[in-house]
Ligand binder design. Structure first.
Ligand code: BDR
Ligand code: CA
Length: 314
């Protein structure tokens, strides 16, 4: 039986790859996309989610529009220099034919988890606002969820949105602290591992040879995103953030995990930093917090090859 997942997403170039990776993987059954601000405004995230499902010929999958702002403050704005002003590498797709469902993202998550207790994993690939709102709406979702596997955070390495914080967590640190503190199993697939998952120029070029709509779309959206990486990091090619969380859901054996409680810096220089509580004698504010599976190492080549293999046979 494939594992049911809801992907919470801000597409976004790497979100696009992650959604297609999940759709092409027989181990996973994507039962909904919920949208969030981050790489783009939530409105555009919803439009892009609908467009991506049309490219994948999966209009049967519902899309639910999420929060427009963080729990305690306004959205700080898109990052066109990373993902393009359209969130799709400046290729400007036509409008989608479909529309989102009438439920908010938080309502959608609660309703689906209530309907299938124990069966659905959440895969947040953006700021954690919708997940925190779902927790507020119905705290029992902690009992109903299978697992939460999120892309975000940085335990032992610097941030990317600031020297302290990773972009998804920094966009709503209060929401992230709620999610890491809730009584459910959270796995953090953060920069500690995603910066070890490297797609080379040869890996990227291979997508153009697959001959299917999803790989073709990836080939179209990647140049702008790749240019950002090559202007800011020494290596050629890209690092693979959001797809790494999908890889964990498919094959956790690719990852090395430590179990630590996580607190999130909310203000000042440390805003968005995910602080692991390392050591035996934990004091507040780490004391009595649930243990998070924090990914600290990864078979990076294994993740890149798994994704390529799934897209190749789409
Ligand atoms: C995360 O931030 C976004 O730019 C990406 O889509 C990814 O989810 C990486 O820090
Ligand atoms: Ca994302």
């Amino acid at each position: 039986m494939p594992r049911k997942i809801i992907i919470d997403t801000d597409p976004g170039v790497d979100d696009t790859m992650a959604i297609f990776f999940a759709l092409c993987s027989p181990e996973l059954d994507v039962i909904g996309l919920t949208t969030i601000f981050g790489n783009v405004h939530t409105e555009l995230a919803t439009t892009n989610a609908l467009r991506l499902l049309e490219i994948a010929d999966r209009n049967d999958i519902p899309v639910a529009h999420g929060a427009d702002n963080a729990l305690t403050g306004p959205y700080e704005g898109p990052v066109p220099f990373v993902h393009g002003s359209d969130g799709q590498g400046e290729i400007f797709l036509p409008d989608p034919a479909g529309a989102p469902v009438d439920l908010s993202a938080a309502q959608f998550i609660v309703e689906r988890l209530r309907a299938c207790p124990g069966e659905i994993a959440l895969a947040p690939l953006g700021p954690l606002t919708n997940i925190a709102l779902a927790l507020r709406l119905e705290p029992r979702i902690t009992e109903w969820v299978d697992e939460v596997v999120l892309m975000g955070g940085n335990a032992l390495v610097p941030g990317n949105a600031s020297p302290a914080g990773e972009a998804n967590i920094r966009n709503d640190p209060e929401a992230a602290d709620l999610v890491f503190g809730a009584d459910w199993q959270v796995t953090m697939v953060g920069l500690d591992v995603t910066l070890k998952v490297h797609m080379t120029p040869d890996d990227i070029a291979d997508y153009a040879t697959h001959g299917n709509p999803m790989s073709d779309h990836i080939t179209r959206v990647l140049p702008h995103y790749r240019n950002y990486f090559e202007s800011n990091y020494p290596a050629k090619g890209i690092f693979v953030h959001d797809s790494s969380a999908i890889a964990y859901l498919i094959d956790p054996a690719l990852f090395t995990v430590e179990r630590w409680p996580i607190r999130v810096g909310a203000q000042g220089l440390g805003r968005g930093k995910t602080w692991p509580g390392i050591g035996k004698f934990l004091r507040p504010p780490w004391q009595n917090r649930p243990l998070v599976n924090v990914c600290v190492d990864v078979d990076g080549r294994g993740v890149v090859e798994l994704e390529a293999e799934r897209l190749r046979r789409a």
